[in-house]
Design a protein around this ligand. Structure first.
Ligand SMILES: Cc1cc2nc3c(=O)[nH]c(=O)nc-3n(C[C@H](O)[C@H](O)[C@H](O)COP(=O)(O)O)c2cc1C
Length: 430
């Protein structure tokens, strides 16, 4: 379809490629060292097939203002196989901006596999928004049933509040599924306010599955509180109850579940999978420490070669992306500050990181391109760090989910249907 491929390529017309070597940073972005392979974007042929691999073994969580196109470009340069979720896009935004959709929905082809997260509570708008988004060829459409923020769950009456009304979520998921040709999923909490028993969580899943084609849930394993605490506190105050997640695996064998919440290291991701998790979604740690989290995903989680060998090469490719889209959507939209934002976590805990952050603060006041920003600041980072491949620190084996089995709640026995029909889903292995 012409429309579809036009939309897909709207952000980036050239493949990501290493920046031209040479003068950069007094020769510091010099030709790649012997034996070093340039970090290239995946060709669509090498991207894992979409749709058939749900739930993804590893995904990066949707995060408003964080998982924008710029961060996702960086993430994809580090990991080829991680699934990437967009920030939540409100259905009404898509519907009302239908002449300006690229700004909200376009992404570089290299970002596949990628999932669009939609928010909303108006069936007509959810259906229309999905229909419009379908032209962009996302690999899955996800509905936000977990956001506790006042704007979303309060005035907006969607996000986590939707967990109070599973029948509506079933209708919404049916409307979404009817307007796209990819799998659909729900991202939710384990409960909301006082509606927080395992039984109530199961009722929610059971009703949504019975009333819609949804067969994949992403479970943020803590409940949401709709008043009294901020969205940030809602991501750390309510306790994590991983046992609810593992009980869902036991009680709904025909449905797939991804575990989310509080996973901070690749060891924990691996441990969750060993414990039986069908997929793991990581949010803050994938943003705040992308190199150490995403850098191990391809090899440790997918058993594939690691994609890039150094952060110098990642920055070369990112610079090409960034400088090619500055001002694409109007004066300073995006601007250098927005483009540099995800880079600022690339050297987490490394020598030179603090100095680099200080230099970045001042360089962002006058730099007009990503190239000049990197030239002004990167001498704060030692070459040994810039050129170091992803390395695995020796880790002490910990029993992350040791007590889960003993905490499992009693079996859920009141299933609406004993069987939900066979979803054509396979556990991600690519
Ligand atoms: C800055 C920020 C923005 C977020 N925005 C969204 C969002 O748009 N949609 C959503 O479903 N969850 C959102 N979340 C929640 C995350 O997707 C995730 O569920 C949560 O951070 C727990 O995972 P973690 O412990 O790995 O970070 C956001 C989280 C953060 C930190």
């Amino acid at each position: 379809m012409t429309m579809r491929s036009a939309a897909k390529h709207a952000l980036l017309t050239q493949p990501l490629a290493p920046g031209s070597p040479g003068a950069f940073l007094r020769g510091r972005f010099s030709p790649l060292s012997p034996g070093a392979r340039p970090c290239r974007a995946a060709s669509s042929a090498s991207v894992p097939a979409a749709g058939k691999h749900l739930p993804p073994l590893f995904s990066v969580a949707p995060m408003m203002d964080w998982t924008d196109n710029h961060y996702r470009t960086l993430a994809r340069l580090i990991s080829r196989h991680a699934w990437l979720y967009t920030e939540m896009v409100v259905a009404e935004t898509i519907v009302h901006q239908k002449d300006n959709l690229d700004r909200f929905l376009a992404f570089p082809e290299e970002q596949h596999p990628i999932v669009l997260q939609i928010g909303g509570s108006n069936l007509k708008n959810l259906a229309k928004a999905t229909e419009l988004a379908n032209a962009y060829s996302y690999d899955e459409i996800n509905l936000n049933c977990g956001c506790p923020s006042g704007k979303v769950a309060g005035h907006g009456c969607f996000g986590a509040r939707l967990m109070f009304d599973p029948e509506f979520v079933g209708d919404a998921m049916s409307a979404i599924a009817a307007n796209c040709d990819v799998p659909v999923s729900v991202k939710c909490r384990i409960g909301v306010d006082d509606c927080d028993s395992y039984e109530e969580l199961c009722d929610f899943v059971d009703k949504v599955v019975s009333n819609s084609p949804t067969r994949h849930f992403i479970i943020h394993a803590r409940k949401a509180l709709l008043s009294g605490i901020s969205p940030a506190e809602n991501r750390k105050v309510p306790p994590l109850k991983y046992e609810y997640y593992f009980a869902l695996l036991r009680d709904f064998p025909e449905v797939k579940f991804t575990l989310n919440g509080g996973i901070t290291t690749i060891d924990q991701v691996s441990a969750s999978i060993r414990q039986g998790a069908q997929g793991v979604m990581v949010g803050r740690s994938a943003y705040n420490n992308p190199w150490n989290m995403l850098g191990h995903v391809d090899s440790e989680i997918y058993g594939k070669p690691t994609r890039c060998i150094s952060r110098r090469q990642i920055l070369e490719s990112y610079q090409f992306y960034g400088d090619s889209i500055i001002g694409r959507y109007g004066p300073s939209r995006p601007n250098v500050r927005q483009l540099v934002k995800p880079l600022l976590h690339l050297f987490h805990s490394e020598p030179g990181n603090n100095l680099w952050k200080r230099k970045s603060d001042s360089a962002l006041r006058y730099c007009k391109t990503v190239k000049s920003f990197l030239e002004e600041t990167l001498d704060a980072i030692p070459d040994t760090v810039l050129d170091k491949p992803v390395t695995r620190e020796q880790s002490v084996e910990k029993k992350y989910f040791a007590d889960v089995d003993s905490l499992l709640p009693p079996r859920y026995t009141t299933l609406t249907n004993c069987t939900y029909g066979s979803p054509e889903l396979a556990t991600a292995s690519a």
